[in-house]
Design a protein around this ligand. Structure first.
Ligand SMILES: Cc1cc2nc3c(=O)[nH]c(=O)nc-3n(C[C@H](O)[C@H](O)[C@H](O)COP(=O)(O)OP(=O)(O)OC[C@H]3O[C@@H](n4cnc5c(N)ncnc54)[C@H](O)[C@@H]3O)c2cc1C
Length: 370
């Protein structure tokens, strides 16, 4: 077994974990390690490069988050500017369509523009996490490391990880920042001594935002719906897509994307070809025959990602998120453990901006301990 030492162990390399690492570097606290179970960074942020033709460059579409709102999320917006990333507004000009029944043409209604404007990132949201990850030395950002156990002796926490080959490593850290959703931390990490029962229950009761959901993309050469004065936005009572938006790239191919309205349990019984076929048929009903021949299709079902969704996340939560406590109010773990994933943010729980807010609070907590 490998044995290592670090001052701070960050568990999870989604936006919260990577941003916490950046903040630590800015404060001159370079003795940290980020331990990530997936073979990639980004967590719920995923914008894979899609090659559309052998002679064209790859393009990226957001299978996880697409939007942020600079007007009321200034810290996230400042980070995006500092990293030199470019934003653009979600396309919302034109009418929207509403499908009540597959047997009737959709109703056309004046579209509405979100206020404040929803913004997207050039290169997809992955550009944000990839840029953050680039500034962390490879020896301090370890992927393929599933954390399973945290054991506290008087002064250190021993964090146990397992890699994909089954090799075990131990990291001795003074402090641990939990940058994975609270529900996953409560359900899958073993804490010794045990955390207070009421704290674990709060974490277990905190739904992982968007974990029950799935997205489908159809990519086209041009945004043909705009030529008919349509925004690409649609709502359907019929499904399989419930809410549809324009996902075109400003100087690239056009796309429509939708959130699947059918429950995770139903989706899980379908293969992706059947699901794509149903989505294509629905887009054809709503937007006409051109929608039936996309250049490519993509989908991502987050409910099937064990490192995002637990059993309890298979159904959308009826309640809006309330941030749980980040650390025990007393007891042996009090000065050793702090939750920093988005769900722990009191300002924007569940959102990208929440990951920024919670990471900032976690790093401030570390500074106060000094
Ligand atoms: C479909 C979808 C659409 C969304 N749309 C938006 C949007 O438009 N705007 C918005 O603001 N937000 C949106 N969100 C929410 C946004 O994606 C999240 O708020 C944000 O990405 C959370 O980042 P995080 O770092 O806190 O958590 P995560 O991204 O979940 O990162 C947690 C990390 O921990 C890792 N991990 C888990 N368990 C372990 C373990 N045992 N050991 C080691 N590592 C582990 C995971 O692999 C992951 O990399 C959306 C989410 C989804 C899924």
């Amino acid at each position: 077994m490998n044995s290592n030492r670090t001052h701070i162990a960050i568990i999870g390399a989604g936006l919260a974990g990577l941003y916490a690492a950046r903040l630590l570097q800015e404060q001159g606290m370079h003795d940290f390690v980020v331990l990530e179970a997936r073979p990639r960074t980004g967590g719920r942020i995923l914008s894979p490069a899609v090659p559309l033709a052998s002679d064209s460059a790859s393009v990226c579409f957001d299978l996880g988050p697409s939007w942020f709102w600079p007007e009321f999320q200034p810290a996230l917006d400042e980070l995006i500017s500092a990293l030199g990333l470019e934003r653009f507004a979600q396309f919302e000009s034109g009418d929207m369509l509403i499908e009540h029944s597959p047997h009737q043409p959709p109703m056309r209604r004046p579209g509405f523009r979100n206020s404040p404007t929803s913004m997207r990132l050039h290169g997809g949201m992955s550009a944000l996490v990839e840029t953050l990850a680039q500034s962390i030395p490879a020896t301090q950002l370890l992927t393929g490391q599933l954390v399973t156990e945290l054991t506290l002796n008087d002064v250190h926490v021993t964090v146990m990880t397992h890699d994909t080959q089954g090799a075990t490593s131990a990291w001795q850290a003074k402090h641990v920042l939990l940058a994975l959703p609270p529900r996953l931390a409560a359900e899958y990490l073993h804490f010794s001594p045990a955390l207070p029962t009421s704290l674990l229950q709060q974490w277990r009761d905190t739904a992982t935002w968007m974990a029950p959901h799935a997205k489908y993309f159809a990519i086209y050469e041009r945004p043909f719906w705009r030529e008919q004065g349509l925004s690409g936005e649609a709502r359907s009572m019929q499904g399989p897509l419930g809410e549809i938006h324009d996902a075109s790239l400003p100087d690239g191919p056009a796309a429509l994307f939708g959130f699947l309205a059918m429950p995770a349990s139903v989706r899980q019984q379908m293969n992706s070809e059947t699901l794509h076929q149903l989505c294509r048929a629905q887009l054809t009903r709503i937007f006409g025959p051109q929608a039936g021949s996309p250049l490519a299709e993509l989908s991502q079902d987050w409910s099937q990602e064990a490192l995002t969704a637990s059993h309890a996340d298979q159904h959308p939560s009826p309640h809006h998120l309330t941030a749980p406590a980040t650390c025990p109010a007393d007891g042996p773990w009090q000065h050793h453990l702090c939750g920093i994933a988005s769900e722990w943010s009191t300002q924007f729980p569940g959102y990208l901006a929440g990951a920024i807010d919670a990471a900032m609070c976690g790093v401030q907590w570390l500074q106060h301990l000094k």
